[in-house]
Write a protein that binds this ligand. Structure first.
Ligand code: FAD
Ligand code: SF4
Length: 512
């Protein structure tokens, strides 16, 4: 007879199709818990904590309806010791469990914690895969093993071949692996942007419990304005809506930003994916099926651009994380030390691009990729903010922020604090890129055309200041050499004025 078993499910392991749930086993009991250990490791957005609690609640209900036994610790339950190990141990002792099981955590922190926990147990234990990603953790380890550099493009092609996605035999469908160059248009109003699909949950009761527990949060949540899917069914609804309405222009406007549209053509599926309510395989397969049924309305460039994000970037970042942690968390290639400007926490800045990206992050717990990379991330890098402070902000503010995908994007792709493991050069720009890809500059207090003088756009002087101060680290990078040639051709007086302007701005960074 099977041993009496306790199975732990973490808040980001809400995989409705996991093989654990295929059979109802009377000897097996599941446990999910809302604990301070998880709400307090960063100062999270109120919608993030609410979203996780609501999604866990719906998952518990789903399991119970199927006939599984489930214990669910709520945040204010008197028996809740606010610690995963302590709660599990109390249950094991009180209910005489003989065996403990958990699924591989995606965070290094929890992975180490649970390994230590099970090693201290007097009962047997086992660990299963989450059955979510394209690659298992050990397969990923093999793919990244012994490599000095990890090129995303090489990994992506490998994944396309391995999983036979958009392939014609050994060749990529359409004869090309990458359609990135077709996918970088600003949004100028010619195409209609369908309204985003928003759920209207009223989760004020959850917010009340969070407040009662004394959990510190950031951001806001209006009544009836929790937009995010919190169950598998809702996640599928959002996915279908995206495929039907946004996929035809997803790639084309992937990098665009606009004051009128906070999510433009983006999927907003990252919370559903990262909590595992839906799987990358089903999202990619459904997108490809939609493309096949609607070609040529949906072009290959659009679908390839989308598949690359999920099959490529998402799985690649996970590979980097497990190949590089725990050291990755300490990397600070530029030795940046500055504190994060105070307006990152309230959006009160005259810089229109940052104001929009930050205020939207505070109200929606979301900004799309280019806002994260080329606005908030770009400024933090140019200004020399300590990567720990940048990580802390990104880890807290976004509903989809879980360390494995947050830190690799923030410290790696955005801040180049890893010295080039993820990206081959820092993602920095002056106002030129932001002005080309958005309408932010049109109504900004600052003048995008000026490097110095009154109301000169801070990005313009900070850009050259960044290159000048990191000359020894960057000048030899073949992808950057041209920037140094431009800098060195500048008239000495002009160069001095630009650097002085940047110094002034850095000195008064909280007033920008
Ligand atoms: P879409 O643009 O519609 O893309 C579809 C899906 O592709 C996303 O849902 C996501 O699962 C995947 N995807 C796209 N780009 C990436 C990427 N670079 N890495 C991993 N997956 C990707 N993503 C997170 O999920 N969690 C984070 O904490 C996170 N932090 C980020 C921090 C910075 C500084 C940057 C530059 C990017 C970060 N990203 C993060 C990646 C990306 O910005 C988000 O996945 C995306 O904005 C989520 O919105 P969406 O679902 O509308 O994405
Ligand atoms: Fe941002 Fe500069 Fe444009 Fe203003 S002018 S929106 S600060 S890039």
């Amino acid at each position: 007879m099977q041993k009496k078993t306790l199975r732990l499910i973490l808040g980001d392991q809400l995989n409705y199709n996991h093989s654990w749930y295929n059979t109802i086993e009377p000897q097996v009991c599941y446990v999910l818990m809302e604990v301070r250990q998880e709400t307090d490791y960063a100062k999270h957005h109120i919608q993030k904590v609410t979203g996780f609690f609501a999604a866990m609640y719906n998952f518990v209900e789903y399991l119970q309806k199927k006939g599984h036994q489930v214990i669910h610790y709520k945040i204010n339950d008197p028996a809740n010791q606010q610690d995963i190990g302590k709660n599990c141990l109390a249950l094991i002792e009180a209910q005489s469990f003989q065996h403990f099981e958990y699924q591989l955590p995606d965070e290094y922190r929890l992975d180490a914690y649970l390994k230590t926990f099970v090693s201290s147990l007097k009962i047997s234990s086992a660990c299963s895969d989450t059955e979510h990603f394209y690659t298992t953790r050990s397969e990923l380890g093999e793919l990244f093993k012994g490599k000095k550099t990890y090129l995303m493009e090489t990994f992506y092609r490998q994944m396309r071949r391995l999983h036979n996605v958009l392939m014609e035999g050994k060749n990529p469908e359409g004869g090309q692996w990458n359609f990135d160059s077709d996918n970088r248009n600003p949004y100028k109003g010619a195409d209609v942007v369908p309204p985003p699909f928003l759920f209207k949950h009223n989760y004020k009761s959850i917010e009340k419990e969070i407040k009662k527990a004394g959990i510190q949060t950031i951001g806001t949540m209006e009544a009836d304005a929790f937009f995010w899917p919190t169950s598998r069914e809702q996640s599928l609804q959002l996915m279908r809506y995206f495929h039907q309405h946004f996929l035809p222009l997803f790639g084309k406007y992937q990098d665009a930003m606009h004051t009128k549209y906070w999510s433009l053509y983006h999927a907003r599926l990252s919370f559903s994916l990262n909590t595992k309510m839906i799987s990358p395989t089903e999202v990619v397969n459904a997108a490809i099926a939609t493309w096949r049924a609607n070609s040529p309305t949906i072009s290959l460039a659009q679908i390839e651009g989308y598949v690359r994000q999920i099959l490529g970037w998402r799985e690649y970042m996970r590979g980097i994380y497990w190949a590089q942690m725990p050291n990755y968390k300490t990397l600070n290639f530029f030795n940046h030390e500055r504190a994060l400007p105070t307006w990152y926490w309230n959006g009160n800045t005259k810089m229109n691009c940052l104001k929009h990206a930050i205020q939207q992050s505070l109200t929606q717990a979301y900004a799309h990729h280019i806002q994260r990379l080329m606005v908030t991330g770009n400024f933090a890098l140019l200004a020399g903010i300590h990567p720990n402070a940048v990580d802390e902000w990104y880890l807290g503010i976004y509903i989809d922020a879980i360390e494995w995908v947050e830190i690799t994007n923030t410290r790696g792709m955005s801040q180049y604090a890893d010295g080039g493991i993820v990206g081959s050069k820092p993602y920095v720009s002056g106002s030129g890129y932001i002005s080309k890809m958005s309408n932010y500059c049109q109504t900004c207090y600052y003048d995008k055309t000026k490097k110095t003088g009154e109301r000169a756009c801070p990005f313009n002087s900070l850009y050259w200041h960044f290159y000048e101060r990191h000359r020894t680290l960057l000048a030899k990078n073949p992808r950057i050499g041209m920037m140094y040639r431009i800098l060195d051709k500048m008239e000495p007086a002009e160069k001095a004025a630009v650097l002085e302007q940047a110094e002034q701005y850095l000195e008064h960074i909280n007033e920008l």
